[in-house]
Design a protein around this ligand. Structure first.
Ligand code: KG4
Ligand code: ZN
Length: 348
């Protein structure tokens, strides 16, 4: 099954062509970072206008790179939610128009499920016959700028959300922390770069819910708002001197460590609670080297395969959308009967 995927849920304009859930023929991403950088975050109106301007070119490029014709496509898949309403509308409306013009089915995709599926793309060595089912139940940590969710994927399409953040997402915590440290936007990669020369134990930042131990109500929940506030007060009490690069590096390393540790304690705990066949990690924060390193150590210790989404499939992209959509026999459930976008569509 050959599917064109479109992703415009936030500030990346993306299109990709994928065959049968695994062969990524093209994966084109136009990042709008430069348009939003001066505002220190995504401006929805600018994002949607930019999607309108660049999507036609991104679509053409994805089709050209894949070397297929419009008539070869079996379906058009686009992110229907969750995300920014005005951004989702651009990609989903384009998909509706293409579906009508080409007389091919329109598939409305859940952004969180697409992220989750990205852990299975390109794991062919581990997945006999390309079937992710062999690796399920898979414990997936989905950490991005908007979401932090721990999911038990019993199979593709059958998910139990074990826990999620009660306030900020992990990526959001990194973005806000980086802003306080003057590291720029997006904060995750900037924080990681700054942290390279720093000591992770230089400052002890709070780990959300740490004092609550293994209590049932918060066992798999995340909280990051206290961490950001802690950095704010730390800097108020001891302002960062211009040119003090070592202290900046130490603060970045300690802050990043708190973000990663908070994620890791939940993943480790869930490994003890559930019978799983693999551990996966997806979303923009999954690009983080420190998180990948700690997950690798854990996976080796518990002797489970680790499915880290490839870096190009971590941040928003359309390959994950088209891959999930073309991973038959599940495609029918994605058929878009509701032709409206859904900005708050949950995973399960
Ligand atoms: O998945 P994504 O592109 O968009 C959402 O759906 O939110 O994730 C973006 C988030 C941002 O918060 C960004 O700072 C973070 O992913 N991120 C990283 C890294 N690269 C991107 N966080 C930590 N380390 C990175 N290398
Ligand atoms: Zn995303």
């Amino acid at each position: 099954m050959l599917v064109l995927g479109i992703e415009t849920s936030c500030d990346e304009t993306a299109a990709a062509v994928v065959r049968d859930g695994r062969d990524v023929l093209s994966n084109v991403v136009y990042s709008q970072i430069a348009h939003h950088q001066q505002y220190g975050g995504v401006v929805p109106e600018i994002a949607s206008r930019c999607h309108v301007e660049v999507l036609p070119g991104v679509l053409d490029e994805a089709m050209r790179e894949a070397g297929v014709g419009w008539g070869d496509l079996d379906a058009i898949a686009a992110t229907r939610g969750p995300g920014l309403a005005t951004s989702l509308l651009v990609g989903f409306t384009a998909a509706k128009a293409l579906s009508l013009r080409l007389q091919k089915p329109l598939l409305g995709m859940n952004h969180l499920e697409s992220h989750l599926y990205s852990v299975f793309i390109g794991q062919d060595g581990l997945v006999p016959n390309g079937s992710p089912e062999m690796l399920c139940p898979c414990l997936v940590l989905l950490a991005s700028g908007g979401h932090t969710i721990l999911v038990l994927a019993r199979r593709v399409g059958d998910y139990e959300v074990l826990g999620q953040t009660v306030d900020d997402a992990a990526g959001e915590a990194l973005d806000k922390g980086a802003k306080l440290l003057g590291l720029g936007y997006p904060g995750g990669p900037a924080m990681e770069r700054a942290a390279k020369r720093g000591h992770t134990a230089a400052v002890t930042f709070p780990r959300g819910f740490a004092g609550r131990g293994d209590e049932a109500a918060t066992r798999f929940m995340f909280s990051y708002s206290g961490l950001k506030t802690s950095l704010l007060y730390h800097l108020k009490n001891q302002p960062l001197a211009a040119g003090d690069t070592q202290r900046l590096a130490d603060l970045a390393a300690s802050y990043q460590e708190a973000v990663v540790d908070t994620l890791m304690t939940r993943v480790e705990r869930a490994c003890r609670y559930f019978e799983i066949r693999s551990i996966g990690c997806a979303g923009g924060v999954a690009r983080n080297g420190r998180l990948r390193e700690k997950l690798s150590t854990l996976a080796a210790r518990v002797k489970l395969p680790l499915l880290l989404a490839r870096p190009e499939f971590c941040t928003d992209n359309a390959a994950m959308v088209a891959a999930l959509a073309s991973s038959d026999p599940q495609a029918a459930r994605h058929l878009a009967t509701d032709l409206d976008v859904d900005p708050t569509w949950p995973l399960a």
